[in-house]
Ligand binder design. Structure first.
Ligand SMILES: *[C@@H]1O[C@H](CO)[C@@H](O)[C@H](O)[C@H]1NC(C)=O
Ligand SMILES: *[C@@H]1O[C@H](CO)[C@@H](O)[C@H](O)[C@H]1NC(C)=O
Ligand SMILES: *[C@@H]1O[C@H](CO)[C@@H](O)[C@H](O)[C@H]1NC(C)=O
Ligand SMILES: *[C@@H]1O[C@H](CO)[C@@H](O)[C@H](O)[C@H]1NC(C)=O
Ligand SMILES: *[C@@H]1O[C@H](CO)[C@@H](O)[C@H](O)[C@H]1NC(C)=O
Ligand SMILES: *[C@@H]1O[C@H](CO)[C@@H](O)[C@H](O)[C@H]1NC(C)=O
Ligand SMILES: *[C@@H]1O[C@H](CO)[C@@H](O)[C@H](O)[C@H]1NC(C)=O
Length: 304
């Protein structure tokens, strides 16, 4: 029995669960929905268009004003979110395989009686799972405008900046690569868990070396996946905030998801360390204590 192997078994199993959670977080309405990579706040989208339409007689704007006349009345009373009236949602949260959408409760904007902390997300639905999914807010928003009978409103009418599309398009490859890397990492961490389980019952340095190798590869895979996911989250939030704030759109990177994935990475790092330790300890013990047995074990002349 190799008792030192119990620690890596527990660590690898933890890493496996955490990386599964990263991959499947938000895959349904109630399942870790708040663990998104990046989330978009569209509750104030188009407000500036409404503002300018009230104060100008630009023909295009008055056309737009006609469409949204009833909506404008609502806004004048400042009760409902403009997004909701257009058939859009208050927020969209992107996950590794899908996105979810919903409304802020009790309201989207903090005021005298409503503190920012007491606003929570009420998820209404999530899209179907897709492997290698990449989040395209323009397509999602336009689809919802169409579905709610506002297909005569183009997202450009709401002054949606095409710079956001360009910025997110540049992240498309990285987003797909992240999915693949998480799958690879999960496979390697699964293998590491299995090897560690077997190694509880088989002594010898060969198995310890094999474990070090697989654990290091798994650590590398989940580490690279986490790094790319972090880069995507930071870059996407940056681009959206930079160009979107002028049209009432903002974004934030998913702190909870990033914590989860980096904890998984740290756990695999510790598991690798424990196996390295096992290799070093395993090298010294047989020489000192059971030198003769050791020679008998490797009588083929193959000593390490
Ligand atoms: C629109 O106008 C209202 C007041 O009429 C103002 O409070 C709000 O900040 C304006 N929004 C934008 C995006 O300019
Ligand atoms: C907007 O509505 C007004 C009447 O409410 C109408 O006179 C005008 O032609 C409409 N403009 C457009 C572009 O449809
Ligand atoms: C603050 O916002 C909430 C939700 O939108 C609303 O019910 C409440 O009346 C607002 N309070 C003030 C003081 O505007
Ligand atoms: C959503 O965005 C609006 C406008 O950018 C902001 O005032 C509001 O606080 C945001 N809501 C949340 C819950 O972040
Ligand atoms: C979320 O919204 C639904 C309907 O839109 C409502 O029935 C439910 O109570 C809301 N949940 C929370 C936690 O506010
Ligand atoms: C999602 O999946 C359901 C059945 O699983 C299907 O009926 C529906 O069309 C799919 N929706 C999209 C947008 O692909
Ligand atoms: C929305 O409707 C317009 C015209 O009605 C169409 O050209 C466009 O492809 C539709 N977009 C989506 C995403 O369904």
């Amino acid at each position: 029995m190799r008792f030192l192997a119990i620690a890596p078994v527990l660590l690898c199993a933890t890493g496996l669960v955490l990386s599964f959670l990263c991959l499947f977080a938000g895959s349904s309405k109630g399942f870790l929905e708040s663990y998104d990579i990046v989330s978009l706040n569209t509750s104030r989208i188009g407000q500036n268009v409404l503002n300018s339409s009230r104060s100008s007689d630009n023909p295009f704007v008055s056309f737009f004003d006609n469409i949204t006349n009833s909506i404008s009345n609502d806004i004048n009373q400042d009760i409902n979110s403009f997004a909701k009236d257009l058939g859009l949602h208050d927020f969209y949260s992107a996950h590794l395989m899908d996105y979810c959408e919903g409304f802020f409760m009790p309201g989207p904007v903090p005021n005298a009686t409503l503190s920012k902390k007491s606003i929570h997300r009420n998820v209404t639905s999530c899209s179907n799972h897709t492997a290698m999914y990449d989040f395209d807010p323009r397509e999602v928003l336009q689809k919802e405008l169409n579905a709610s009978g506002h297909s005569n409103i183009n997202l450009d009418d709401l002054k949606w900046p095409s710079a956001i599309d360009k910025g997110l398009h540049a992240l498309r490859i990285a987003q797909r690569a992240t999915f693949v890397l998480y799958c690879v990492a999960i496979a390697l961490i699964g293998l590491a868990t299995l090897l560690a389980l077997i190694s509880i019952f088989s002594e010898g340095r060969t198995s310890a070396f094999l474990n070090v190798l697989v654990d290091l590869l798994a650590f590398l895979a989940i580490g690279i996946a986490s790094a790319i996911a972090t880069a995507v989250a930071v870059k996407a939030a940056d681009v959206i905030n930079h160009y979107g704030n002028a049209v009432g759109v903002s974004a934030s990177k998913g702190g909870k998801f990033l914590t989860l994935t980096w904890v998984a990475t740290a756990v695999m790092f510790v598991a690798s360390l424990v196996w390295c330790l096992d290799c070093i300890v395993g090298r010294k013990q047989p020489r000192r204590q059971t030198a003769t047995k050791n020679y008998a074990d490797y009588e083929g002349g193959r000593r390490y």
